[in-house]
Design a protein around this ligand. Structure first.
Ligand code: IFM
Length: 445
């Protein structure tokens, strides 16, 4: 398979700040909405939090060596806004920025390209106290923060993505309420989604005006939405699911408008959009990051469709393992948008019930084949003409999986949460060997 990837392809591993960093009270870091949310009884299934997480802040050098040992040529991480600007406005925190300087310099020293995300859900709580993303002011605060990061790190960052999975931040955080800040209000969620997108467009414009040289874009989560049966009602349900989860984000970015059917469905709950906003949302991007895990099977009844009940393979998240869906969604994006920028698979991976042996690596053969099959699915999309320029495994190591706490493990490196010892699993060793082969045949380190 390695021969099917070009020599300048980006191969990486991905993480996010809140999920691995810990050190939440150190070096002037402010409180984030996830720190607060974790303290709500029942919010996190194992009642855990991000206070220590993988203790990455204190183990930076060890983790940099770990990343390098895999032979990847890029590392995707996110910057915690409250670490860089405790309150989300006003003074920036030099000590916080210093951590990311060391991370970026440490990557470059190891010839690994830094791929940064500015917002992977850890909003400063002080901004939430002023209404959070529902308040248009937050958009401007984000732009200030983005400019600050770009100014201090931008010359060494290979890519900067503004947001990670705005659907999750808006819908899970403000409509379903299972993510921070735990709001359950459709109108607020719709407004939040618009403000996230607006902040993306404005940040891109501001960073470019400041002379950014990094490759700029956004990361969306998506998968194909397919009908459970060929009945017209199920077909319509799949179309609606697609419009709500994918096109609500990709249409404004790449076509300059929200899906009209969803605007109509929302009625009075539709977001308030000011004159000029839609043009800002359509600011040209250098990349589109796509996070793919599974497909969505839609039924008109609105009932949850269970892959397990249909005898199909599932991960520990109960997400169907469906590699063809990655080829399908990539081809669909190319078909839908004539101006699709180069795509990077910024996340792909699986949670599986790993068994830790007394000695040696976790034999996570389920995860290993998940990765193999999805990487093969990328090569098929490339053969069909989709420009996919990178693939990043979610995740470098086991970490805090949001509402599931530490109960779901996505890492290709095992983390012992008692000792915080990192041990590469069989999947990590396979990835390392795969990359070695690829490099032998000309792949660039
Ligand atoms: O852990 C998350 C990540 O933060 C965002 N994308 C999906 C992953 C798995 O649920």
């Amino acid at each position: 398979m390695h021969k099917k990837f070009p020599s300048d392809f980006l191969f990486g591993v991905a993480t996010s700040s809140f999920q691995i960093e810990g050190a939440v009270h150190e070096h002037g870091r402010g409180e984030s909405i996830w720190d607060r949310f974790c303290r709500q009884p029942g919010a996190i299934s194992d009642a855990s939090n991000g206070d220590i997480a993988c203790d990455h802040v204190h183990r930076l050098e060890e983790d940099l060596d770990l990343i390098a040992s895999l032979g990847v040529n890029c590392y995707r991480f996110s910057i915690a806004w409250p670490r860089v600007q405790a309150l989300g406005h006003g003074a920036f925190n030099e000590q916080g920025l210093d951590f990311y300087q060391r991370l970026v310099d440490g990557l470059l020293k190891r010839r690994i390209k830094p791929v940064a995300t500015l917002y992977h859900w850890d909003l400063p709580q002080a901004l939430q106290d002023q209404g959070g993303w529902a308040n248009r002011e937050t958009v401007h605060r984000f732009v200030d923060y983005a400019r600050h990061v770009q100014k201090h790190l931008g010359d060494r960052l290979h890519m900067i993505s503004t947001h990670n999975e705005p659907w999750c931040a808006a819908t899970l955080g403000h409509d379903v309420g299972i993510h921070a800040p735990g709001i359950k209000n459709r109108a607020i969620a719709a407004q939040v989604s618009h403000h996230l997108m607006l902040s993306h467009g404005l940040a891109l414009q501001a960073m470019r005006a400041d002379g950014a040289t990094a490759n700029l874009g956004i990361v969306l989560n998506m998968g194909p939405s397919v009908p459970a049966t060929p009945m017209p009602d199920d077909i319509a349900a799949a179309r609606r699911a697609d419009a709500l989860s994918r096109r609500w984000y990709s249409d404004p970015l790449l076509r300059g408008q929200y899906p009209q059917e969803i605007i109509e469905e929302l009625g009075a709950d539709a977001p308030k959009i000011e004159a000029g906003d839609m043009a800002i949302l359509q600011t040209p991007m250098d990349h589109l990051g796509i996070n793919y895990y599974t497909r969505h099977v839609a039924q008109a009844s609105g009932q949850h469709w269970s892959a397990r009940a249909h005898g199909l393979p599932v991960s520990e998240m109960e997400w169907e393992i469906y590699p063809e869906g990655l080829t399908d969604i990539l081809c669909q994006m190319k078909a839908d948008y004539p101006h699709l920028p180069p795509v990077f698979i910024t996340e792909n991976g699986g949670a599986f019930p790993d068994k830790t042996p007394a000695e040696g690596p976790v034999q996570d053969l389920d995860r290993l084949s998940y990765l193999q099959e999805h990487m093969a699915a990328v090569t098929v999309a490339r053969e069909r003409g989709v420009q996919v320029d990178g693939y990043m495994v979610w995740s470098l190591m086991d970490n805090f999986e949001w509402g599931f706490g530490y109960s779901k493990r996505f890492g290709i490196v095992h983390v012992d949460y008692d000792t915080l010892k990192r041990t590469p699993k069989a999947s990590a060793l396979w990835y390392r060997d795969f990359l070695q082969q690829w490099r032998k045949d000309g792949g660039q380190a």
